[in-house]
Design a binder for this molecule. Structure first.
Ligand code: TRP
Ligand code: ZN
Length: 915
C-alpha cells in the first residue's frame, strides 16, 4: 500500500514504500535497444524494448517510471497508441501479451545538477542509475527484479567526445554520415549479461586510458582499463594494481572469475558517492581512483584499494545475483563490504597488519553506525519502509550489514575450520548454484550459507539469527565475572538488552557470538574448559549467547583470570564489564588478541574522559587539567617504546577516542565540554610524553623510497602523530624548534603523506607557521582538485579555539576554488565542518546551526542526495545539553518548514523531529 504522508514538494510527493507490499512486476522486459544522440543541452533517447506479460500476476496496465523527461513518441509494435501520464508514470492499457515498445524522449544533461541519470561533468557525459536514476534517462520498469539484455548505440560529435563507452562488448564503431562534414561518430555496445536497469552506464568524452591485459587462472584473456582525463594517467597505476589484485583474490578465495572480456573503470570528479559497480563499466569518484605519491596519502591509497575491490566484487555479489527489491540492499552491500574488508586483510603480509585493518573497520562502525542505530534514522539491516531509497545507503546497510555476514562466517566455524572461512566459502558456492542470474532476498543468502553448513551453529540458530536483519539498534551485552577459589571455577554471565528504536519498542534476543579468552597473572592465555567438557581448548574460543542471560563456567583455574571478552569484535554490540584499571592495564600489556589489546587502552581513556567531562560542568572556570593518570601515561610510554609492536598499531593505541565516540558514551552531550576535555588529554599526552614522541619520531621519520605498504605507512602515521604532539607541546613551552622542524619537513617531504601530516601538525596546534604552510601548499597544488579538497577540509576540521572555525568556513566559501555544485568540494568545506568538527559546529550562539540550515536549503535545490546527507548532521540533537538542544531543534524545524524540499531531505528532517 502506498501511503501519502505529505502532499508538499514537487514530483511524486513523499510516499512511504513498505517492504511488505512487494509485488512481482506485471511485465518482464526481455531486451532493450537504446540509441543516444548525445548533446549537453538536448540528448535524444530512442528506447526499443521487447516486453511480455508476467503470467504469474493478474492482468493489469503497464506503468513505466520516468522523471524529468520530455516525451515525444510512444509506439506499440510500430503503431501509435494511446497512453496516460499518471504522476511520474507512463501508463499503457490493453496491451498484447508480448510486444515491442518504442519510446522516444529527450533530456537536458547539462542542467542535471542532481548527478542522477545522465549528466555532464567537465564536458564529458556520465550516468548514475542506482538506485532510481535510469528513469531519468528513459521510461522503464525501473526496479532491480526486472533484468534485461541491453544493446546501446552512442552517437556524438567525434572531436568533443572521442571516447564512447557503455556496458559489455564494443561490437561496432565508426563515422556517422549525418552530421556536417562527418564530424560525428558512433559506437555500439552489447552486454552479454542480463542486468537490472540500475547497472546501466554510459560515458562519453575526452578520456585517456591505462590498459592491462591479464590471463585468468582458467586461462581466459581479459583487458582491464582505467579511464581518466588527459593529464591524470600518472595517477592510475595504483587503481590498476588494485584491480588486478581484486581479480586474483576473488578467484583464489571464492573461485569467482571475471565474466567479461573487458572491464573498465572511469573516473569523474562530480559524483554523489564513492563509486558505482555498473556491469563492466564501473564509474568512480576521482577520489577513489587517482593517486601518486606526491598527491595522495597512505590513507588515500588504502581507500582506493578497498573501493576498487568493492566495486569489482559487486560483479558477482550484486550484479550476477542482485536484489529483488531495495529493501534487500544489504544483500549486496553488506556482503560486498565484508568481501572488500577480507580482501584488504588478505593482502596484508603480516597478521599485525590484518589486526590493524580490523580495528580501523570497527572504529568506523562504532563512530558512525552505532550513533545512527541510536538516533532517529535507526533502521534494520533490512529496512521495513522508506520514502527515498537514496537515504538508505547508510552505514547500517553497509557496515553493520558486513558485520552480520562476518558473524555468519564465525558461526559456521568448526574444529578443522576455526575461522569459518571454508564453511563460508562453501555457502557462497551454494548461493551461486541456487541464485546466479536472479534477483533475490537476504533470506535466500542466509539460507544458502546455513544449508551448506548443516551441522553449524548458524544452521541450528538460523531463524533467531535472522533477527539481525529485522531488528534495529545496537545490543548491549553486560558481562559479570565470578571466581570461586574453592571450586577453582570462573563463571562469566552474559546478559543482552537492546533499546527501542523508531517503530520497534521491544526486541527479541539476538544470536551473539562472543570471542573469549582468559588471561593468567603472567598475561598468558589460560586453557579454556567449560564445566561439561572433557578437555580444554587453548587460546580463544567462541561462546554463543542466544538467551537474554546465560552463564558459562570455566573450570580448573588456580587464580582469578582477567577475561578478554569479544575478541576480534565478533559481534556488533556494546560490551560492558566492570573492568578495574589494573585489569585493563594487564590486557593492554599482554592480551594475545590485538583487537582487545587496543580496546583496553580505549576503555582506559574513555573512563578518564567521561569522569572529566562530568566534573568539568561543576568547575567554575570550565577548565580541566590532568585528565589522564600516571598509570595510563606510563602504559602509553611503554607502547611507544615497545620493541615488537608495529608502528601502525602504536598509532591506533595512542589515538584517543574521538569526540563523537565520547559523545555516545554520555546521556547528555555538551560538545564544548567534550572538546575541552579531549584537547586537554591531547595536550597532556604531548607534554608528558615529549621525550618519547621525540624518540618515536627519530625511529620512524625516515621510511625510504615511497611504497604504500602497511609497514611503512604505519611508520609514516606514527611519525606524523609524533610531530602533532611535539607541535602541541610547543604550544605550552613556547619552544620553536619542533614547529620549525615540522615546517621544514613539510617543505622537504618526498611524498604527500609526510607533507600533509606535517601541515596538519602545524594546523592542529594552531601554530603561527600554519598560515604560511597552508599558503605554500595551495600554491603547490592549485591544479590538483583532490589535494585542494584536503586543503579545505584540513582547515574546516581544525580544532576550534574560541569559535574561530565558523568564520574561517564562511571565508573559505568565498574562495575562488570553492563550489557548491561539486560534491567533493562542498563536502570538504561544509560537511567536514558540520559533521567532523563538533566543537566548531555546536556553538553557544547557535550560529553553526543557522549556517547548517542555510546550506541544507541551498544544496537541496542543487543536489538532494548531498543535502540529505548534510541534513543528518543534527540527527542526535535530542541528546544535546541546553541550549544546544532547543537551538538545534529550531534549526531543523526551519528546514522542515520549507515547502519546496526534496523527498530526500524531507524524510531526514521529519524523522529527526520524530514525526
Ligand atoms: N552501489 C554503490 C556502491 O556501494 C553505491 C552508489 C554509488 C550509490 N552511487 C550511488 C547509491 C548513487 C545511491 C546513489 O558501491
Ligand atoms: Zn557497494
Amino acid at each position: 500500500m502506498l501511503q501519502m504522508i505529505d502532499d508538499r514538494g514537487t514530483g511524486p510527493g513523499a510516499v512511504v514504500i513498505n517492504r511488505a507490499d512487494y509485488l512481482a512486476p506485471a511485465y518482464w522486459i526481455d531486451s532493450v535497444d537504446l540509441c543516444f544522440d548525445l548533446d549537453p543541452a538536448k540528448t535524444r533517447v530512442l528506447n526499443k524494448m521487447t516486453l511480455r506479460r508476467n503470467p504469474d500476476v493478474p492482468a493489469q496496465p503497464l506503468k513505466l517510471d520516468g522523471e524529468e523527461l520530455n516525451l515525444a513518441r510512444v509506439l506499440v509494435n510500430g503503431q501509435g497508441t494511446s497512453f496516460k501520464i499518471e504522476g511520474s508514470q507512463l501508463v499503457l492499457c490493453d496491451l498484447p501479451d508480448a510486444f515491442e515498445l518504442e519510446i522516444f524522449t529527450t533530456t537536458c544533461p547539462s542542467k542535471n545538477t542532481k548527478l542522477m541519470g545522465l549528466y555532464v561533468s567537465n564536458d564529458s557525459f556520465f550516468t548514475q542509475c542506482e538506485a532510481e536514476g535510469f528513469r531519468r534517462i528513459t521510461y522503464f520498469l525501473d526496479r532491480p527484479d526486472v533484468m534485461a539484455s541491453y544493446s546501446v548505440t552512442l552517437r556524438a560529435d567525434k572531436a568533443k567526445y572521442p571516447v564512447l563507452l557503455s556496458n559489455g562488448n564494443l561490437v561496432a564503431h565508426g563515422p556517422l554520415e549525418d552530421g556536417a562534414n562527418g564530424a560525428r561518430h558512433f559506437a555500439k555496445w552489447v552486454d552479454p549479461h542480463k542486468k537490472p536497469s540500475y547497472l546501466f552506464a554510459l560515458v562519453a568524452g575526452q578520456l585517456v586510458s591505462r590498459e592491462q591485459r591479464i590471463t585468468s587462472r582458467a586461462g581466459k584473456e581479459h583487458v582491464l582499463q582505467v579511464y581518466v582525463r588527459p593529464g591524470d594517467l600518472d595517477k592510475t597505476e595504483h587503481a590498476m594494481v588494485s584491480l588486478m589484485h581484486s581479480v586474483a583474490w576473488d578467484e583464489a578465495r571464492f573461485g569467482l572469475g571475471l565474466d567479461l572480456e573487458r572491464f573498465m573503470i572511469v573516473a569523474t570528479s562530480d559524483f554523489n558517492m564513492g563509486a558505482m559497480e555498473n556491469k563492466g563499466l564501473n564509474i568512480f569518484n576521482t577520489k577513489y581512483v587517482l593517486a601518486n605519491q606526491s598527491t595522495a596519502t597512505d590513507i588515500d591509497f588504502s581507500n582506493i584499494e578497498s573501493v576498487v575491490g568493492h566495486e569489482y566484487f559487486h560483479n558477482w555479489t550484486g550484479n550476477r545475483i542482485t536484489c529483488r527489491d531495495w529493501f534487500q540492499l544489504s544483500l549486496k552491500e553488506g556482503l560486498t563490504v565484508f568481501r572488500d574488508q577480507e580482501f584488504s586483510q588478505d593482502l596484508c603480509a603480516e597478521p599485525s597488519a590484518r589486526a590493524v585493518k580490523r580495528i580501523e573497520d570497527v572504529r568506523v562502525l562504532r563512530t558512525a553506525q552505532f550513533p545512527e542505530d541510536a538516533g532517529p534514522m535507526a533502521h534494520p539491516v533490512r529496512p521495513d519502509s522508506y520514502i527515498e531509497i537514496s537515504n538508505f545507503y547508510t552505514v547500517t546497510i553497509y557496515e553493520k550489514g558486513a558485520e552480520v555476514v562476518r558473524m555468519m562466517q564465525t558461526l559456521v566455524a568448526s574444529i578443522n575450520d576455526p575461522l569459518g572461512r571454508d564453511g563460508f566459502a562453501r555457502g557462497m558456492t551454494l548461493y551461486f548454484e541456487r541464485h546466479d542470474g536472479h534477483a533475490v532476498t537476504c533470506d535466500d543468502f542466509a539460507q544458502a550459507i546455513a544449508d551448506a553448513n548443516p551441522m553449524s551453529d548458524l544452521a541450528r540458530l538460523l531463524p533467531q539469527f535472522k533477527r539481525w536483519y529485522a531488528q534495529a539498534g545496537t545490543p548491549r551485552v553486560e558481562a559479570l565475572g565470578a571466581y570461586d577459589a574453592t571450586a577453582r571455577t570462573y563463571t562469566l554471565t552474559l546478559s543482552q538488552t537492546c533499546w527501542p528504536t523508531p517503530g520497534q519498542p521491544v526486541k527479541e534476543p539476538f544470536v551473539i557470538p562472543v570471542g573469549l579468552g582468559l588471561l593468567g597473572i603472567d598475561g598468558q592465555d589460560l586453557p579454556l574448559q567449560l564445566a561439561d567438557e572433557p578437555s580444554a581448548i587453548a587460546g580463544t574460543r567462541t561462546v554463543v549467547l542466544t538467551q537474554a542471560s546465560e552463564s558459562f563456567t570455566f573450570v580448573n583455574l588456580d587464580a582469578e583470570p582477567v577475561p578478554s571478552i569479544l575478541r576480534g569484535f565478533t559481534a556488533p554490540v556494546v560490551l560492558e564489564f566492570g573492568y578495574t584499571d589494573a585489569q585493563l592495564l594487564h590486557l593492554l600489556a599482554h592480551d594475545s588478541d590485538p583487537f582487545n589489546r587496543w580496546e583496553a587502552g580505549q576503555r582506559l581513556a574513555v573512563t578518564s574522559a567521561v569522569n572529566a567531562i562530568k566534573s568539568i560542568a561543576t568547575n567554575a572556570d570550565g577548565t580541566c587539567a590532568n585528565v589522564l593518570n600516571d598509570a595510563y601515561l606510563g602504559a602509553m610510554r611503554e607502547v611507544l617504546h615497545h620493541p615488537t609492536l608495529d608502528s601502525a598499531f602504536k598509532d591506533l593505541v595512542l589515538t584517543l577516542p574521538s569526540e563523537t565516540y565520547l559523545a555516545e558514551q554520555l546521556d547528555v552531550v555538551d560538545p564544548q565540554h567534550i572538546h575541552a576535555v579531549r584537547e586537554a588529554m591531547r595536550q597532556q599526552l604531548a607534554t608528558a610524553l615529549k621525550a618519547d614522541w621525540e624518540a618515536a619520531y627519530a625511529a620512524n621519520h625516515d621510511t625510504g623510497a615511497y611504497t604504500p605498504d602497511p609497514e611503512s605507512s604505519g611508520r609514516r602515521a606514527l611519525a606524523g602523530m609524533a610531530l602533532t604532539h611535539l607541535c602541541l607541546a610547543a604550544r605550552t613551552s613556547g619552544d620553536a624548534v619542533w614547529p620549525g622542524k615540522t615546517l621544514q619537513r613539510f617543505k622537504d617531504a618526498g611524498n604527500m603523506t609526510d607533507r600533509f601530516n606535517a601541515l596538519a601538525a602545524l594546523v592542529s596546534s594552531s601554530h603561527a607557521l600554519a598560515d604560511q604552510a597552508l599558503a605554500l601548499f595551495h600554491a603547490m597544488f592549485k591544479d590538483e582538485a583532490l589535494v585542494i579538497d584536503k586543503w579545505f577540509s584540513l582547515q574546516t576540521s581544525a580544532p576550534d579555539r574560541g569559535g574561530n572555525i565558523l568564520p574561517a568556513v564562511k571565508q573559505l566559501m568565498k574562495h575562488a576554488d570553492f563550489s557548491l555544485k561539486n560534491p567533493n568540494r562542498a563536502r570538504s568545506v561544509i560537511s567536514t565542518f558540520c559533521q567532523g568538527n563538533p566543537a566548531g559546529f555546536h556553538r553557544l550562539d547557535a550560529a553553526g546551526y543557522q549556517f547548517w540550515c542555510e546550506r541544507v536549503i541551498e544544496l537541496d535545490a542543487i543536489n538532494p542526495q548531498v543535502a540529505a546527507r548534510l541534513a543528518r548532521a543534527l540527527d542526535r540533537w535530542s541528546k544535546l545539553a541546553e541550549p544546544y538542544r532547543s537551538n538545534a531543534r529550531q534549526a531543523i524545524t526551519r528546514v522542515a518548514a520549507r515547502s519546496d524540499l526534496s523527498k530526500d531531505t524531507l524524510e531526514v528532517v521529519t524523522r529527526a523531529l520524530g514525526q
